[in-house]
Write a protein that binds this ligand. Structure first.
Ligand SMILES: *Cc1c(COP(=O)(O)O)cnc(C)c1O
Length: 483
């Protein structure tokens, strides 16, 4: 399998070459040259597999440059610390079922892809004799998932910037309690945008970037997208074990369009999916796009800080991969649409909007703070389950799209323990912490405070990075916006 650019330029890449970043050389996003197809007989055969076995099957369709035994070893290692089903399903009534994607070390769905990425990055670096220094900015979830996936790896270091004093106590503890020598938490005296600008500045300094082997593992990362395809197959298999191979719908709490893109790929591979329901919070740039066909990214000033913070985005980094399929893989049209976006601030696909639902099954809805609180209460009262605010956005929007006879699977993107304040507001009590979580919250914290200054950051990285200037260079792409 080769990977081409959504903008039509550059040489095709192998899976291994897309591992860092996922950006093609012309600034477009890497996508599979052809979508692998999975027939009914194969789906039947996959029913008997464990989650890691299924992951090996699905990923071997994308990572054709990695021998199957190696993939099998990596998927087993990636999910060894998860419960045995890895992704458990729990019905909550009214035809809705939660798909438990948050059983990993940081209690959010990003662990599932990041744990595999950690394995496959280490494998690729070993084979090429290279090292990688991952540089990222986080407002919470992405950074902790990356650190927990990459901690203790020999050939990888992580430099994770976060805005000083602006993360929750839980988020801080999840990152700063790590004491691995290869994990560097850096609290910047500024806000999240300042952190992101520092990353952009250093990633734009090509000489420094090359000398320090800098790279990113952000949400446009293609290996993450393909690892997420697996759980759509898994959830379909488990939801239809008892009722036979019928269509199901999925609702996905969305921000950067990474998670739901994987569902879109699963459907294009032949998985019997009826609807892919995209749920947004008050930052509803994607709901607006799917309802009107007009994509209008927001400014930082127009982006609200909400009680489902991991969905607080101003633009959706992965949408270009959907647009590429929408225009029937005509890269020239993607380039035109994106230059319109640059010049006029929006891009208009309203003529194609009816196809979103009819051809691709994509529909959408918005959930607000009041909806989120009400939904957490209702699910608790009716099903005895405490759900997190992002999952609540999903459940709220899912209810608007339930159809008779079609199971509705709602992706649980985080656990409620991460968002105790909102749970307390909804239920009057806080979620209970396990002994492990309590120990994490009480553990000593490791963080370096730096001013909002690129030279100070450069000096810190040059001092602590792996292999500065001595080991073979790892190819890296340019940086992109990440929320
Ligand atoms: C990242 C995240 C999302 C949004 O996922 P995208 O892939 O960016 O659409 C939703 N919920 C939680 C809890 C997250 O961490």
């Amino acid at each position: 399998m080769q990977y081409i650019s959504t903008r039509g330029g550059g040489e095709p890449l192998s899976f291994g070459e897309t591992l860092i970043e996922g950006l093609a050389r012309d600034g477009g996003l890497a996508v599979p040259a052809v979508m692998p197809q999975v027939g009914r007989a194969t789906l039947d055969r996959w029913r008997a597999l464990t989650y890691p076995q299924l992951a090996t099957e699905v990923l071997s369709l994308f990572a054709t440059d990695i021998p199957r035994e190696d993939l099998a070893r990596m998927t087993a290692a990636a999910y060894a610390s998860f419960p045995s089903e890895v992704v458990p399903l729990r019905p909550i009534g009214d035809g809705l079922t939660l798909v438990g994607l948050s059983e990993g070390p940081t209690l959010a769905f990003k662990d599932i892809a990041m744990q595999f990425l950690g394995q496959v990055l280490e494998y690729a670096l070993e084979r090429t004799g290279s090292v990688l220094n991952v540089l990222g900015a986080t407002s919470g979830d992405t950074g902790s998932a990356a650190e927990h996936a990459l901690r203790g790896k020999d050939r990888i270091s992580v430099f994770m910037l976060s805005p000083h004093g602006r993360m929750s106590a839980f988020q801080r503890a999840q990152m700063f309690s790590l004491d691995d020598a290869n994990v560097h938490n850096i609290a910047i005296d500024g806000v999240f945008d300042d952190c992101q600008n520092l990353v952009k500045q250093l990633a734009g300094d090509l000489e420094f970037k090359r000398a320090q082997h800098l790279g990113a593992v952000n949400s446009i990362n293609l290996a993450r997208i393909t690892a997420q395809v697996v759980y759509y197959f898994w959830a379909w298999l488990r939801a239809t074990d008892a009722i036979g191979p019928t269509e199901v719908s999925f609702t996905v709490p969305s921000g950067n369009f990474g998670n739901i893109l994987s569902g879109f790929y699963a459907k294009r591979m032949g998985l019997p999916v009826r609807r892919l329901v995209l749920a947004t919070n008050e930052n509803n740039v994607l709901d607006e796009f799917f309802r009107t066909g007009v994509y209008r990214p927001r400014t930082a000033a127009e982006t609200h800080a909400t009680s489902s913070p991991s969905m607080d985005i101003s633009k959706a980094s992965n949408l270009e991969r959907f647009i590429f399929e929408l225009v029937d893989r005509d890269a020239a049209r993607v380039v035109t649409a994106w230059s319109e976006l640059e010049s006029q601030g929006h891009s208009d696909f309203s003529a194609e909007q009816p196809r979103f639902a009819d051809e691709f099954g994509l529909v959408s809805g918005t959930s607000t703070h009041a909806d989120r609180i009400e939904t957490i209460r209702r699910v608790h009262a009716e099903a005895g389950e405490i759900i997190d605010p992002h999952t609540a956005d999903g459940v709220k929007v899912a209810r608007e799209h339930v159809e008779p006879g079609v199971p509705m699977l709602v992706l649980e993107t985080a656990k409620p323990e991460k968002f105790a304040d909102t749970i307390r507001e909804a239920l009057g009590v806080e979620p209970e912490y396990s002994p492990e979580l309590r120990a994490m919250l009480d553990a000593p914290q490791h963080v370096t405070e730096l001013p909002d200054d690129a030279d100070a950051l450069r000096a810190f990285i040059a001092d602590a990075s792996l292999g500065g200037g001595t080991v073979k260079t790892t190819p890296v792409g340019a940086d992109r916006h990440e929320s």
